[in-house]
Design a protein around this ligand. Structure first.
Ligand code: URA
Length: 200
């Protein structure tokens, strides 16, 4: 079967819609099944993703994979992408320090995210963190307050489940808090699994 995402993926490799394409190594487009029922949307590629050209393969992606496995979601059955397709960073010596994309960058890159969603037509979108929530719902979301809730997109009526970004878990120092927030994240992913079982 021809891959409907191939054309957009190729076109996105040449994207110059915003200035982030300059310093980044490459466009990191989404990856996974073109007929996925479940689409995960993150923020932007990190250092490892920029180098490898694949979403969620660095430390946050590895934690994401582990927790997906724990709740019984097979990543290869899903589609995983980002709100912004280029790595935004500040060079500091030999290191590249992650910079959060701003609203304008997210809005410009939404053109690609919406194309991915329109072609895949999943049953459920999962926003990993506030940037993804803004990209998908076009409003500011308080993730701590709203995680675990499902909202319908105005533009296509598609449901969006809000949850944390996995890198948030990596930044928590306090072990008890880390365990609590990890359990919340796992519970949100399990909710996505159960919602699909009931609705897809
Ligand atoms: N964080 C993201 O939001 N996306 C990635 O692909 C990697 C880290």
């Amino acid at each position: 079967m021809p891959d409907p995402l191939e054309g957009p993926r190729d076109a996105a490799m040449l994207c110059t819609r915003c200035h982030l394409h300059g310093p980044a190594s490459r466009t990191v487009f989404g990856e996974g099944r073109a007929d996925a029922k479940l689409v995960f949307v993150g923020e932007q590629p990190g250092d490892q993703e920029d180098l490898q050209g694949r979403p969620f393969v660095g430390p946050a992606g590895q934690l994401f994979d582990t927790i997906l496995g724990e709740v019984g979601i097979d990543r290869s059955e899903t589609y995983v992408t980002n709100s912004v397709k280029h790595f935004k960073f500040e060079p500091r010596g030999p290191r590249r320090i992650h910079q959060k994309p701003d609203a304008g960058e997210v809005q410009l890159c939404r053109w690609w995210v919406d194309k991915e969603i329109a072609l895949i037509r999943p049953k459920l979108l999962v926003a990993l963190g506030a940037t993804a929530a803004f990209s998908l719902l076009d409003r500011t979301v308080g993730i701590m307050r709203e995680r675990g809730s499902i909202h319908k997109r105005g533009k296509d009526g598609m449901p969006v489940l809000l949850t944390y970004h996995p890198s948030f878990l990596l930044r928590i120092r306090d072990e008890a808090d880390k365990a609590r927030q990890r359990a919340n994240f796992a519970s949100d992913l399990a909710q996505a699994r159960d919602w699909l079982a009931a609705n897809a």
